[in-house]
Design a binder for this molecule. Structure first.
Ligand code: B3K
Ligand code: ZN
Length: 871
């Protein structure tokens, strides 16, 4: 495969200042006329040939400065259109192309989703609409005329502001949209279809009134209200938190049912996977509401971090994605509970990014080469990218961070920028040298920080010795912010002082270093990496009693949660390697959890639900996998032993909590964080009760389903039943399918719950579900619900020792590869941790991957993933 390398970057030889598009929508023969105002780039190579990107296009005509060009005046192949000697001054190129939106199953470029015309251009889909310089550092002002049958597409939307509209004869009509902000082609979008609209308005701090519209398939408008509210709250928050105001007269969001990812930040016209727009109490869980809010915010925040300041090249993807994830995390933290949100961010990071960074698909947050850029929209670029921004803020402080952000937006506005430009803004406002910090962008892998501590009772000092390591990569040490404090038997030891940790922040900049606290009255327990201040693994030998002291007394909620996780992790790992786990070994933890619940459960139920959650099977596998071999069955058994013990010993308290947290009959549903937290704890209690006493669990879950007034409780009940084989489970699944038979997004939950049943019959179940009338191989949400949930959420069955789980996924990958390679490649990343498996499963997984590699006609997407996974 051809590798594209960061070191080979050079500016484009030509620029495009203005683009006029005339798009005549027809289901199979859409005609696009692009009129491009171009000129040589003063910093490009003079006299270079002009090479425009193109893919799956039919060229209808081509004219240069009004003169039609005959075919021998240009070169044309499957990926480009070349003019060997373009003019040396400004010129106009007029290109007419034809595309078939109905046949576009890749969902890149212009396609139809349930009859709605829509586009997806990031990273390189615009070249599937017209020949273009399809790279983010070529920025132009776009005017788009869209024409369609009035009947088929009464709604016509484009980027920017509406300029004109009217009839176009023959039952057709048109709309013209003008976007005054120069933008790269990947932010282009248009939509045409029969859609309902929910409207709102927002007045910016600059006094601009913005018309807001959420467009959804007919009949779904009531389910778009929450998304509209989230848009309004996002706009207000970005003004208040970052001083960023919206810059157009309209902001539209369109929900479509076939979409390769979550959503897309096209200028003024965000296009969303309908799953992240539509919500009602009956159909959406609390997690769905939280996701909708976060993704609406994320795409909106891109208007500044991504659109006003875009990326010079795709290596800089984290510049917009890491930063925008950080921004949406801050928004959710301000909107909900900061502590609870931080814990859920870290759970996501550990579940998705740590394994990526520990396996063959590891790459730097700013990769230095790629074969297929669409495979780099990863947890590393997004989530670890956000952690880097967070560490920067921790190191320089909140105020300097905000000043630096202002400077970044001011100096880079309207440009295609780099990570260096971003860091330069903070260097300028702090006069600090961030070149050592910048190593976070270059070094793949999760560093380990090993820590020991000694207390000197005479001197009343406590010394903490740090050692950082990042095996497998060469290079100087990283700059690691360690937020820390000391905790004693009575709680926080605020009188202890460490000069080198002002404000409780120590910057670990050397491979080894020692920090000394003075005025330490008694032997303390260090509370390290508070708030998860750096994306590292921490190796500190604490006893269970020390962890449990932190659970009880630490002032940092993240580390209280981490303490319970650490004790649980250690027990499960020990049991996974033993034939006869001694459940009573868990009792110190169980008792501490009980005491915690008594004292605090009702005060902060959302936090309590997290304290009760154990490390996932995946977390445990990652931890084991660093040193030895992973056996998913042994992990599951050990983890269930712990869950059962907690459920047995705390059953009375848990039952009591369920009662205390129940809504009074008639309480209207609210998706706010506090209400969601009560439901979360109630359902965590149900889950533990059921694992300890399945007979009671079946009854309680059945009753919860029968009386549920919202999807969170209904699905939690079904989730509990799904783990208890028997006629009640089958009946509940059948009822659910019947009740929601015309709700594809709800049936996705039903697919997912069945795909994750940790039983050997699940493979047959999935085979049957693929024949279900609502299942469809061409809809990414359906495929991810059934196949993606299986590979990512069912470790024992995906990793079946007989290889049948691998076969199911590889068959699905191959079946999808020709029609939708991006989706196929994403599914294949499930094999990213195969090298950590015990030898038998490892060799079975290896064979499955080899079978894919040996196929003759693989897409670039899948071939890139399989090659790197096996490398
Ligand atoms: N920027 C898009 C992702 C595009 C993915 C292209 N394969 C959504 C987002 O991160 O906001
Ligand atoms: Zn994004």
């Amino acid at each position: 495969p051809t590798m594209i390398r960061l070191e080979d970057y050079r500016p484009s030889d030509y620029l495009i200042d203005r683009v006029e598009l005339d798009v005549r929508l027809h289901s199979r023969e859409t005609r696009i006329t692009a009129t491009l105002a171009m000129r040589p780039n003063p910093v490009g190579r003079a006299g270079a040939p002009l090479v425009l990107d193109g893919e799956d296009l039919t060229l209808v005509s081509l004219a240069l400065d009004g003169q039609p060009l005959c075919p021998d005046a240009y070169g044309l192949n499957a990926t480009s259109l070349t003019l060997p000697n373009p003019p040396s001054e400004s010129f106009t190129l007029r290109i007419e192309t034809q595309v078939n939106p109905t046949a576009n199953t890749r969902l890149m470029g212009l396609y139809r989703s349930n009859g709605v015309y829509c586009t997806q251009c990031e990273a390189d889909g615009f070249r599937r609409i017209t020949y273009f310089l399809d790279r983010p550092d070529v920025m132009a002002v776009y005017t788009t005329r869209i024409e369609a049958d009035l009947d088929e597409a009464p709604v016509l939307l484009g980027n920017g502001n509406p300029a004109d509209s009217g009839p176009a004869g023959d039952g057709r009509h048109y709309a013209i949209w003008h976007d005054p902000h120069p933008k790269p082609a990947y932010l282009f979008a248009l939509v045409g279809g029969r859609l309902d609209r929910v409207s709102g308005s927002f007045t910016t701090m600059e006094g601009r009134t913005v018309d807001l519209g959420i467009y959804v398939e007919p009949g779904q408008a009531a389910r778009a209200e929450y998304a509209l509210d989230a848009v309004i709250r996002s706009m207000a928050w970005d003004e208040q938190a970052f001083g960023r105001a919206y810059d157009l007269d309209v902001f539209n969001v369109v929900a479509v049912s076939d979409f390769n990812m979550g959503a897309m930040e096209n200028k003024g016209l965000n296009i969303f996977n309908d799953k992240f727009v539509l919500a009602s109490p009956e159909t959406a869980t609390d997690a769905d509401y939280a996701n909708i809010e976060a993704i609406i915010a994320h795409e909106y925040f891109h208007n500044w971090s991504g659109n006003r300041v875009t990326c010079r090249d795709w290596f800089q993807l984290c510049l917009k994605e890491g930063l925008t994830v950080f921004r949406d995390q801050e928004f959710s933290s301000d909107t909900r509970s900061r502590a609870v949100h931080r814990i859920s961010e870290v759970r996501t990071l550990r579940a998705r990014q740590f394994p990526e960074d520990a396996g063959p698909l590891a790459h730097p947050v700013r990769p230095n080469q790629y074969a297929e850029i669409n495979n780099f929209y990863t947890a590393t670029v997004y989530e670890k990218g956000a952690e880097i921004v967070r560490m920067l803020r921790t190191l320089i402080g909140g105020q300097a961070f905000r000043t630096g952000m202002d400077r970044y937006f001011a100096t880079c506005d309207g440009t295609a920028a780099t990570v260096e430009d971003f860091l330069a803004a903070f260097e300028a406002v702090t006069s600090r040298d961030l070149s050592a910090f910048a190593r976070w962008y270059e070094r793949p892998g999760t560093p380990t920080v090993s820590i020991t501590g000694d207390y000197d009772p005479e001197a009343k000092t406590y010394r903490i010795n740090f050692r950082q390591s990042l095996p497998g990569t060469e290079g100087p040490p990283l700059v690691i912010p360690v937020v820390l404090g000391l905790v004693g038997p009575e709680g926080a030891m605020d009188e202890a002082r460490a000069e080198r940790a002002p404000g409780g922040v120590f910057a670990l900049e050397q491979e080894t270093d020692t920090l000394t606290f003075s005025n330490v009255a008694a032997a303390p327990v260090p509370s390290l990496f508070r708030g998860f201040s750096a994306p590292v693994r921490v190796a500190f030998e604490a006893t269970d009693a020390q962890h449990l002291l932190l659970l009880r007394h630490d002032t940092d909620p993240f580390n209280r949660w981490q303490a319970a996780q650490s004790v649980g992790m250690r027990l499960v790992i020990r049991w996974a390697g033993s034939d006869s786990p001694e459940a009573a070994e868990a009792d110190a933890l169980v008792e501490a959890l009980g005491a915690f619940l008594d004292a605090e459960a009702l005060r902060d139920p959302a936090f309590a639900a997290l304290i009760l959650s154990l490390p996932s099977e995946g977390d445990i596998a990652n931890e084991i996998g660093i040193g030895s071999a992973v056996d998913p069955d042994a992990i599951r058994m050990a983890r269930e032993t712990l869950r059962r013990r907690i459920g047995e010993r705390l059953s009375d308290r848990l039952a009591q909590l369920r009662g205390d947290l129940a809504d009074r009959p008639g309480t209207p549903f609210s998706p706010d964080a506090a209400s969601a937290g009560r439901r979360a704890l109630r359902n965590a209690a149900l889950d533990l009760i059921a694992v300890a006493d399945p007979i009671a669990g079946v009854d309680l879950a059945g009753e919860q389903i029968a009386t549920a007034t919202n999807m969170t409780d209904r699905l939690a009940g079904l989730g509990v039943l799904a783990l208890i084989a028997g006629p009640q489970r089958e009946a509940a699944l059948k009822d659910f399918a019947e009740r929601f038979r015309s709700e594809p997004l709800v049936l996705d939950k039903w697919f997912a719950i069945q795909a994750t049943i940790p039983e050997s019959g699940t493979l047959e179940r999935i085979a049957a579900l693929r024949q279900h009338p609502t299942f469809s191989n061409t809809n990414p949400n359906r495929v991810r619900a059934l196949i993606g949930s299986f590979s990512s959420g069912n470790p024992t069955q995906f990793n079946r020792a007989d290889g049948a789980g691998y076969a199911l996924v590889t068959d699905a990958v191959l079946a999808l590869d020709q029609s939708n390679p991006q989706l196929a490649a994403r599914l294949l990343t499930a094999f990213g941790s195969w090298r950590m498996l015990e030898p038998n499963r490892r060799s079975v997984a290896h064979k499955a991957l080899d079978r894919i590699r040996s196929q003759t006609e693989l897409s670039r997407d899948v071939s890139d993933i399989v090659t790197r996974t096996l490398a």
